[in-house]
Write a protein that binds this ligand. Structure first.
Ligand SMILES: Cc1cc2nc3c(=O)[nH]c(=O)nc-3n(C[C@H](O)[C@H](O)[C@H](O)COP(=O)(O)OP(=O)(O)OC[C@H]3O[C@@H](n4cnc5c(N)ncnc54)[C@H](O)[C@@H]3O)c2cc1C
Length: 364
């Protein structure tokens, strides 16, 4: 049985492992932390991601705890509704709903579908060596493991990527801080099956239901960083639900994090028997809410190509050729949604939801 070494136990590593197992691979995940990632509040999982989960036999379980949307609003910060889209037909049209879920629930579900011993914690991948016959990953503690395939799924700080490229890539430094928190929908007077985005002159605020009672909000305002600054600015958006949502948020859930991605697309994702998957290959601003969805698709595509090609190297080459242009286009769209002033103007005049319009290009 061929053996895959997977460095990083996030959405990309866990889902790639499940796909590879389904295709007859022996897998081992090496995770640097002592437990699965719990940080990060919620994730929008779109029909493209839900379909991957369904393919893994996890669709029903996922939908039992995720929030599924019926409508998606876009508002101006002055309270004007710029679009109100019915997404309740997506399960029929796209074979899956658009959903929101707690990140830790998604990761726990993926990990539970693996077997005991599939994940080794407290193990930090540092570098790799390879021959025509196999590949070896070297760990920070001096240990190593050898297999047929190595996946760098360690996210934006990937060491496997650094070695592949001969050093770290350049990162964006635009000072965008993303604040987020969790609130009870009833307390804020918002529905549990509507997700919404509000666009102002220098920023954005959105919320997504993540289960039957709660939603998660996220907001970025260009040039601001502390929570007090954010709250003061958002309190001026008084014709929208935004001030109330922030006021009723669970205080311990409120987190701020600077977000970044690569200044340029990576020149390569593959080196012989080694491939980058998920954020290590294509981190993206959360503008399209697609990073985890694209990571789920990466793993599915990769496992299929390994079946379809006679050698690991040929399969990885095809994976890079096929997935790179698609994921990179999503990176560009995600970035576009962080040109706030422009986005606000576009929403005012478009009369449609640009995020949905752009997503639909990937469904066609
Ligand atoms: C604020 C915010 C909101 C977002 N919202 C959405 C959304 O709504 N929908 C969506 O689809 N995406 C969203 N994303 C993007 C999404 O979070 C990422 O695309 C996704 O988590 C990528 O998964 P990953 O497994 O590639 O990386 P990660 O989730 O970063 O996982 C990497 C794992 O590797 C481990 N690791 C790191 N280094 C090493 C090492 N050297 N050796 C071993 N293990 C290592 C880490 O501990 C971690 O467990 C959002 C991102 C942010 C920042």
């Amino acid at each position: 049985m061929p053996r895959a070494l997977i460095c990083g136990g996030g959405v990309a590593g866990l889902s790639s492992a499940l796909h590879l197992k389904k295709h007859g691979w022996d897998i081992q995940i090496f995770e640097k932390d002592s437990e699965l990632r719990t940080a990060g509040v919620g994730l929008n999982i779109w029909p493209n991601g839900v379909r991957v989960l369904k393919g893994l036999g996890l669709g029903e379980e996922f939908l039992s705890f995720a929030g599924a949307m019926e409508r998606w609003w876009a508002l101006d910060s002055d309270g004007t509704v710029t679009s109100d889209i019915d997404v309740s037909t997506w399960p029929q049209e796209l074979s899956a709903p658009i959903t929101g879920a707690r990140r830790r629930r998604l990761n726990a579900m993926l990990a539970d579908a693996l077997e005991d011993g599939d994940i080794i914690f407290n193990t930090t991948a540092q570098s790799y060596t390879q021959t025509a016959e196999d590949v070896t990953v070297h760990f920070a503690d001096g240990g190593s493991e050898t297999g047929d395939l190595l996946l760098g799924t360690e996210g934006i700080g990937s060491k496997i990527r650094n070695q592949m490229l001969g050093g770290p890539p350049e990162f964006t430094d635009e000072g965008f801080v993303r604040w987020r928190g969790v609130f009870e929908c009833a307390a804020a007077g918002v529905s549990t099956d509507v997700q919404a985005d509000v666009y102002g002159a220098n920023g954005h605020f959105g919320w997504i239901p993540i289960d039957a009672t709660h939603a998660y909000w996220y907001g970025t305002l260009g040039g601001l960083s502390t929570f007090e600054e954010f709250r003061n600015e958002y309190n001026t958006w008084s014709s929208t639900p935004v001030p109330k949502i922030i006021a009723v948020s669970e205080p311990e859930s409120i987190l701020g994090r600077e977000i970044t991605h690569y200044k340029n697309h990576l020149p390569q994702w593959v080196d012989g028997r080694v491939a980058l998957v998920g954020d290590s290959a294509h981190p993206m601003y959360p503008g399209m809410a697609q990073g985890a969805n694209q990571a789920l698709i990466d793993g599915q595509t990769l496992a299929q190509y390994l079946d379809d090609h006679p050698t690991v190297q040929e399969a990885l080459h095809q994976f890079e050729k096929e997935r790179m242009p698609v994921a990179n286009k999503m990176v560009e769209y995600s970035r576009l949604h962080f040109s706030f002033e422009q986005t606000r103007e576009e929403y005012r005049t478009a009369g449609s939801n640009l995020q949905i319009d752009r997503y639909m290009e990937f469904e066609n």
